[in-house]
Design a protein around this ligand. Structure first.
Ligand code: HEC
Ligand code: HEC
Ligand code: HEC
Ligand code: HEC
Ligand code: HEC
Ligand code: HEC
Ligand code: HEC
Ligand code: HEC
Length: 417
């Protein structure tokens, strides 16, 4: 029995190595450096042992396009420097595989990703610019000058270090710096061993971060016609399809990735998610982006794979109107707050008075939701979780501001006028 197991595992290791060598010899697209005989032999050993130790990892790797293309365990787990290498069962490996490793073979995706707010901006949003080198900051300023040089966000400091680790970081580390001077984390959307394009095309993958009241994109998509139709036609959508050949014939209903990443009908695919965005929707008051015209054209072009011109015109016109109205409501709130600061009724310290939380929720939850709902087809979000709440919070804000002013007249708050 022992012998049989040994024979089977040796045979399957030989088959795995043989398959790897054979497929490697066919030279897939992508920039592959041919593995040495030693590395291929090494991978046979990794697989043989890890099939016992971590069966799930081996299974996922075997299912991946990487395995089909002859990309070995070693290709990713090769040490990148002395400090992070590990003596492991007779091999030198690393357990820290970074986006720098992926970039060795996927230069285009890496470069596009670096231009997006998923990279440096997403980490400075939380930690400020303290974790990057001067060279990295200089490069990032070329793309998002307004988002790079900022102080650490006050919220996680207020909430304590645990908040950063279990909260902000889990999402924002998609753009964190790595030890080998690369930036970002490709595996957030692709997995660590499946490295799958299908996984990235599923809305839930994006929804692991794009959810909740401050960025309810997954909830909005689910309630939109797109989300409903996607569920109805799930098995007709070919999400495994190669990026450069995707068309509405394989995927006739859009997920997040279709509108923000995929190439289709003459629109080039991109990892720079900013390429198709015309406004800064996440901001309190949404202004046009520098690439407004080009971005809108690209996104509209994507819609035209499946819709008529007039349909898309009407959609954007309605969404733009919502944006203008939302800006106006948020401006009213900002004016009230500015008056309170100017008159010394509030300290300059952020988040030390209840009304500051109210003013923050007003745009950060409800203003954003109204806009996101309008641009992604979430009627209930635009209306009841967005515009309606915005009115409610504005009424509450006015009430609180009046109370602060009245309290001062009675001599209880702030310095005298
Ligand atoms: C003789 C068996 C054996 C071989 C050969 C082997 N491994 Fe492992 N590997 C293990 C065991 C056992 C563990 C620890 C599993 C655990 O902690 O549960 C491990 C852990 C790892 C880890 C995680 C290390 C950590 O500290 O988190 C990585 C990465 C890894 N192996 C990669 C490889 C690669 C790549 C190869 C081939 C170059 C390889 N292994 C070859 C048995 C092996
Ligand atoms: C496409 C690149 C890639 C390939 C190919 C690859 N790995 Fe990994 N591996 C990763 C990444 C990324 C991580 C996560 C590293 C981290 O957490 O910093 C990882 C982590 C691991 C871990 C620790 C994970 C855990 O949950 O404990 C093990 C064990 C491992 N790899 C084994 C293997 C084995 C065995 C193979 C070949 C069958 C392999 N890897 C092939 C990218 C790869
Ligand atoms: C040694 C080169 C190499 C490394 C390292 C590498 N890849 Fe790949 N990758 C390839 C090749 C080759 C293909 C297959 C291309 C094809 O079949 O057209 C591929 C395919 C892919 C795909 C498409 C999969 C699909 O389902 O169509 C994704 C996504 C991907 N890689 C992501 C990554 C990520 C993320 C990393 C780092 C964790 C990484 N790759 C590391 C060479 C590499
Ligand atoms: C690991 C968490 C995470 C995942 C997964 C994720 N994102 Fe993001 N995304 C973020 C963060 C954080 C930001 C905010 C970056 C910033 O502006 O600071 C962001 C911003 C964006 C933006 C706005 C960019 C801009 O220029 O304002 C778009 C669009 C976007 N993501 C789309 C997607 C799509 C589509 C997917 C899935 C394919 C996805 N994201 C997956 C965390 C994530
Ligand atoms: C569940 C995932 C998640 C968590 C947890 C999270 N964020 Fe975000 N954050 C996002 C996403 C997604 C966006 C993009 C919103 C958009 O463009 O609509 C974002 C946007 C932002 C922005 C605005 C974009 C920018 O660059 O200015 C800031 C600031 C921010 N987050 C800070 C934080 C801080 C600080 C924490 C922890 C206290 C935190 N976030 C926790 C996912 C998350
Ligand atoms: C925020 C999510 C996200 C992150 C992070 C991300 N990708 Fe992707 N990636 C996608 C999506 C979505 C697609 C599918 C695009 C399409 O439909 O053509 C994709 C496709 C790919 C492909 C397949 C391209 C093709 O034409 O078939 C490769 C290779 C790839 N990504 C590599 C990377 C690398 C390398 C990184 C890190 C620098 C990375 N990705 C980070 C979402 C992401
Ligand atoms: C039908 C196409 C479509 C789908 C599907 C879609 N979006 Fe969007 N998304 C848009 C449009 C249009 C905008 C507004 C673009 C602009 O500013 O011109 C937008 C805006 C955004 C923004 C706001 C960026 C900012 O400025 O703050 C984020 C983040 C985002 N989408 C993420 C997602 C995620 C995550 C999903 C899936 C859960 C998704 N989108 C699904 C079309 C789409
Ligand atoms: C890959 C194809 C595809 C893309 C790309 C696409 N849509 Fe759709 N869209 C659909 C499908 C399918 C439906 C559902 C039609 C039905 O109800 O039968 C739909 C429904 C809609 C609806 C609901 C109204 C209606 O017709 O019932 C709106 C609004 C809409 N899309 C706007 C857009 C906008 C704006 C874009 C680009 C930002 C876009 N779509 C991109 C396929 C697409």
């Amino acid at each position: 029995m022992r012998n049989r197991v040994a024979v089977i595992s040796v045979t399957s290791a030989v088959v795995a190595v043989g398959a790897a060598v054979f497929i490697q010899s066919r030279r897939p697209r992508g920039e592959v450096k041919r593995a040495t005989a030693e590395e291929v032999k090494g991978t046979g050993k990794c697989v043989e042992c890890h099939r016992e130790q971590t069966a799930g990892i081996v299974r996922q790797w075997q299912d991946s396009r990487h395995a089909q293309a002859g990309i070995t365990c070693f290709d990713c787990h090769k040490p990148r420097d002395q400090a992070h290498q590990l003596e492991h069962k007779g091999f030198q490996i690393t357990r820290f595989v970074t986006s720098g490793t992926c970039a060795d073979c996927h230069k285009r995706e890496y470069a596009e990703f670096q231009r997006s707010r998923h990279a440096v901006a997403s980490w400075t949003a939380v930690r400020g610019n303290q974790d990057f080198t001067a060279a990295q900051l200089a490069e990032a300023r070329k793309y998002h000058p307004e988002a790079i040089d900022r102080p650490p966000n006050p919220l996680p400091i207020l909430e304590g270090s645990g908040a950063l680790e279990v909260g902000c970081k889990a999402c924002h580390e998609v753009g964190a710096p790595n030890y080998d001077s690369s930036i970002g984390n490709c595996t957030k959307c692709h997995g660590k061993h499946v490295e799958s394009v299908a996984m990235a095309r599923i809305s839930d993958t994006c929804g692991s971060c794009h959810m909740g009241p401050d960025h309810s994109q997954i909830e909005i998509w689910r309630e939109s016609r797109h989300g409903i139709m996607f569920v109805a036609r799930r098995e007709k959508q070919n999400l495994e399809y190669r990026g450069d050949e995707l068309s509405a014939n394989q995927q006739d209903t859009p997920t997040c990735s279709t509108c923000h990443f995929s190439g289709m009908g003459g629109v080039d695919s991109t990892h720079d998610v900013g390429e198709r965005l015309s406004y800064y929707l996440f901001a309190a008051i949404s202004e046009k982006r520098p690439n407004f015209e080009a971005a809108r054209k690209k996104m509209r072009f994507m819609c035209l794979n499946c819709h008529s011109q007039g349909h898309v015109d009407r959609f954007y016109q309605q969404a733009d109107t919502t944006l203008i109205n939302t800006n106006a409501q948020v401006k009213k709130a900002q004016d009230i707050m500015e008056g309170l600061y100017k008159d010394g009724l509030l300290t300059n310290e952020p988040f030390d008075e209840p009304i500051e939380f109210l003013a923050f929720d007003l745009w950060h939850y409800f203003g954003r939701t109204a806009k996101h709902g309008a641009y992604m087809g979430g009627a209930d979000f635009s209306q009841w979780h967005g515009n309606y709440e915005l009115q409610l919070k504005l009424a509450e804000l006015r009430h609180s501001a009046d109370e602060l002013r009245n309290a001062r007249t009675r001599g209880r708050v702030g310095r005298p006028p």
